[in-house]
Each structure stands twice: as structure tokens, then as C-alpha cells.
Write a protein that binds this ligand. Structure first.
Ligand code: APR
Length: 231
């Protein structure tokens, strides 16, 4: 069975109503990263940081996966399918995909500030000052902040090396190490980039750029791949 690896970014969730980070009306147009998404921000004003993620988590309980998320879940019928996502939403899970690696954490989880191995599912959207882990320390968002290591990156590299087909959907490819993953994909693998604003990409062999929204481009590509079946 051939292996398909998909790297997704905020663009795949845009049509579900979840804001992207860059571009018009992006999150980073309204918030300063260093004030809400970094260890320094947490030290300086933990309530502001918690509020930033509470608002995004609250919205997550109100949105649904879109046709792109659902299309990707169908790939599992004919391919070994691995999703590596930069997104912290749970829309891939809710669309039914099984093998999902969150590079930048998960909005619906919180973790201990003295023992990072203590991670908790949040049943509701608020996470507040005073919410503590079983060892009595303040809980923080289970998110990889700017300036923090990306613990899952080595696993992600091993996954992309296995790809017979590599699909990149809805990411500006400006944040590393995630943006560097494409360099670990074999030259022989077929590669696809789905993004309405995709710029010219040079130096990547076997790449097809599909300048469409994920909601249109992903289901069409998935149908083509399922029809091709065993390559
Ligand atoms: N369908 C597909 N792609 C889309 C759509 C859409 N409907 N709408 C926007 N896009 C594309 C944009 O053209 C852009 O290239 O999605 C991309 C979103 O880019 P960013 O907002 O930079 O999001 P992302 O690439 O996921 O950011 C990476 O940066 O802030 C950090 O940790 C955060 O995981 C995030 C990382």
C-alpha cells in the first residue's frame, strides 16, 4: 500500500471559519506574537495568554470540519495516510482521520508547568489562573510557543521520508522547522501544494501547484488519487 503524507496549515481550516495567522485579517494582524504566544508572554502576563487561547478554543467548540478535512479522511481507504499538522484545532480528528501528528500542540489540551508529561484534555473552553495539575502547578495551553522546541519534529521527519505522495495544504511555509519538512521528501515522490495564494516554488522535483481553496482543491485531488488507486 502506498504512503501519502499530508502537511497542513491554517489555510485548511479557513473555510471552517478558523482564522489564519498571516494575510488579510490574520491573527497576527490583531495580536503581537510576543504578547500572547511565547514563554516571555507567559511570564509577563499569563492571564492575557490564557485569554488569547480561551477565545480561540471557545470558537473551536463552535466550528466544524470542512470538505477538505473530510476528503483527507477518505484517503485511508486506499493509502497509508499520515497527517502532520501545524494546526492546533481538532478538525482532522473530527473529520475521522486517524494518524495525526500535531507539530505545534493542541488547543483542547492543557499541560502542567512543572511536569510537561502531564497533559489533560479540556472538556470546556476556559482555562484560568488557578487551574492546576495533579502536582499543584498552574496549567498552561498545550501549545508550542515561539522560541520553544518542536518535540515532534524528529517523528515528522521520519514520516515524510516514507512518503510516496506528499501533499501540502494551506500553509505559508514560513515557520520552521515545519516548513523544512518538504526537503526530507524523496525526489521520486509526487508532491502537491494546494493554496490559492501559492507563490512560484523552485527547486522541488515532481511538484504540482494547485492554486485553489482547500475546500475545492482537496476533494478533487483526493478523488483523482482514489481513482488512480495502487500507483
Ligand atoms: N484554502 C487553502 N489555503 C488557504 C485558504 C484556503 N481557503 N485560505 C488561506 N490559505 C493559505 C494562505 O494563502 C496561506 O498561505 O493558508 C496559508 C496560511 O498561512 P499562515 O496564516 O501563515 O498559517 P500557517 O502557515 O499554518 O502558520 C504556520 O505559524 O503562527 C504560527 O504556529 C503558528 O502553526 C502556525 C504557523
Amino acid at each position: 500500500m502506498k504512503t501519502i503524507v499530508i502537511l497542513t496549515g491554517a489555510g485548511i481550516s479557513a473555510e471552517s471559519g478558523v482564522k489564519t495567522f498571516r494575510g488579510s485579517n490574520g491573527l497576527w494582524n490583531n495580536y503581537r506574537i510576543e504578547e500572547v504566544a511565547s514563554p516571555i508572554a507567559w511570564e509577563r502576563d499569563p492571564e492575557l495568554v490564557l485569554e488569547f487561547y480561551n477565545q480561540r478554543r471557545k470558537q473551536l467548540f463552535e466550528v466544524s470540519p470542512n470538505t477538505a478535512h473530510h476528503a483527507l479522511a477518505k484517503l485511508e481507504k486506499k493509502f497509508d495516510t499520515e497527517i502532520i499538522t501545524q494546526n492546533v484545532d481538532d478538525l482532522h480528528e473530527r473529520a475521522g482521520s486517524k494518524n495525526i501528528l500535531h507539530l505545534h500542540g493542541e488547543l483542547k489540551k492543557a499541560r502542567s508547568t512543572i511536569d510537561p508529561s502531564l497533559v489533560y484534555e479540556l472538556k470546556d473552553w476556559p482555562l484560568n489562573i488557578g487551574d492546576q495539575c495533579e502536582k499543584g502547578s498552574q496549567l498552561r495551553p498545550h501549545i508550542v510557543w515561539f522560541g520553544e522546541a518542536v518535540p515532534a519534529i524528529m517523528d515528522a521527519i521520519q514520516i515524510v521520508k516514507k512518503a510516496d505522495i506528499f501533499i501540502v495544504i494551506g500553509t505559508s511555509m514560513v515557520v520552521y522547522p515545519a516548513a523544512g519538512l518538504i526537503n526530507y521528501v524523496s525526489n521520486e515522490a509526487k508532491k502537491y501544494l494546494i493554496d490559492p495564494n501559492a507563490e512560484e516554488v523552485s527547486g522541488i522535483k515532481n511538484l504540482t501547484v494547485i492554486r485553489k481553496n482547500a475546500g475545492e482543491g482537496v476533494p478533487k485531488l483526493v478523488e483523482e488519487l482514489l481513482e488512480m488507486g495502487e500507483l
